[in-house]
Design a binder for this molecule. Structure first.
Ligand code: ZN
Length: 377
């Protein structure tokens, strides 16, 4: 695998880590948190590489913060996930024997070697096995080999059972010498408070669309247009963009993602930029796509409105967008907004059946919907 340049994907998180390194103040335990697909794993791997790199180099970050060279003996071993100082515990699907566990772990690692940004949530995992955690604890109780800083990564710590996590508390509080522990989680609050308080939090952010676009073009041989589309609809998660690659241009998943992205823009961005997104993302000749998107909007409006009135997550139809819908529901506190928007969309759906100009009709609709949202403010 070609070493990725982590500074392109998580510049803020990397700045914190590399400054700590330069000042010789690397924390004993870090907690990397943020949505799956933002790059927790690549960030941890890059940190392991920096800690062991023979000759770190200056990066393109504003202050030229250091990054691993990617080519020295240690860097190569680490980026190939074949380094004795890199210890990982991963959540696995239920397994019968420890041999099965090893086999599945190796499969996951092989995938990560190929694609460090791939998401864990794409696979049916349940728990970090206690045996894996114990094994790491045992290895760390021995002295680190000379000249090596170990990094022990507990990926998706929220997937470790509380009693197993409890057994690691002492180690997390005070890692052995020459050792850095990295925990990852989507939400820090999902971890035991005793664990949260012992780790330095590093928040991962949405990856910039242009960085996602470049990565997809270079590593997946996508056209610029397709790469840009996926970058736009994946909402900063490179892992999600990668999953959407195989979904095909006309597929439900990517259409759904486009529809949702536009819906979100409708509520949070100004009219000209929503219209610009429309022109960019919509196929002006695909009537079916336009209709699908409008039907999705109707269903999203119903969800937001219901959540604003009742506040029950279980009531949501579009559960895959639950977190966003809850946030967006604040626009629907006044139930007349939903009613006005739905009525407008209904008219446009009828128009679309009458051979109207697709993009023109949707642009007009967006302006009217925008007006309904603004009126309620
Ligand atoms: Zn190096």
């Amino acid at each position: 695998m070609t070493p990725f340049d982590i500074t392109q994907f998580q510049p803020k998180a990397w700045t914190i880590l590399s400054r700590a390194y330069a000042a010789d103040r690397v924390a004993g335990t870090y907690l990397f948190h943020g949505r799956d697909g933002f790059g927790h794993w690549p960030l941890a791997v890059a940190l392991a590489a920096l800690l062991n790199c023979d000759k770190p180099v200056r990066s393109d970050l504003p202050d030229g913060e250091l990054r691993p060279c990617g080519t020295c003996r240690h860097c190569r071993a680490i980026y190939n996930l074949n380094f004795q100082g890199l210890l990982v515990a991963l959540p696995l699907p239920p397994v019968k024997t420890s041999d099965d566990a090893i086999e599945i772990t190796n499969e996951i690692l092989a995938n990560r070697r190929r694609e460090p940004f791939c998401r864990l949530s794409a696979t049916a995992t349940t728990n970090i096995p206690i045996a894996a955690a114990r094994e790491i604890k045992r290895s760390l109780s021995r002295k680190a080999p000379d000249g090596i800083t170990r990094l022990a990564l507990f990926d998706r710590m929220e997937k470790m059972r509380a009693d197993s996590a409890d057994a690691l508390l002492k180690m997390i509080e005070e890692p052995p010498s020459d050792t850095v522990i990295v925990l990852t989680a989507e939400r820090p609050e999902s971890l035991l408070p005793t664990i949260q308080s012992r780790a330095q939090r590093i928040r991962l952010e949405r990856i910039r669309p242009d960085a996602i676009e470049q990565y997809l073009i270079q590593n997946y041989d996508l056209s610029e247009k397709r790469a840009r589309l996926l970058a736009r609809i994946s909402d900063g998660s490179l892992g999600q963009a990668i999953e959407l690659i195989d979904s095909g241009e006309e597929s439900d998943t990517s259409r759904r993602a486009v529809g949702f992205m536009l819906f979100k823009a409708l509520l949070t961005e100004d009219a000209p930029s929503v219209v610009a997104h429309l022109a960019e993302l919509l196929n002006p000749r695909d009537r079916g796509e336009a209709e699908d998107i409008l039907r999705l909007w109707q269903s999203l409006i119903r969800d937001c409105s219901r959540f604003a009135q009742v506040g029950e997550e279980q009531e949501l139809t579009n559960i895959d967008f639950a977190a966003d819908l809850k946030r967006l529901s604040t626009h629907f506190v006044d139930s007349r907004v939903a009613a006005a928007m739905s009525a407008r969309i209904k008219i446009s759906l009828a128009d679309l059946g009458l051979n109207v100009h697709i993009l023109g009709s949707l642009t007009a609709l967006v302006l009217r919907l925008k007006a309904s949202v603004e009126a309620a403010r």
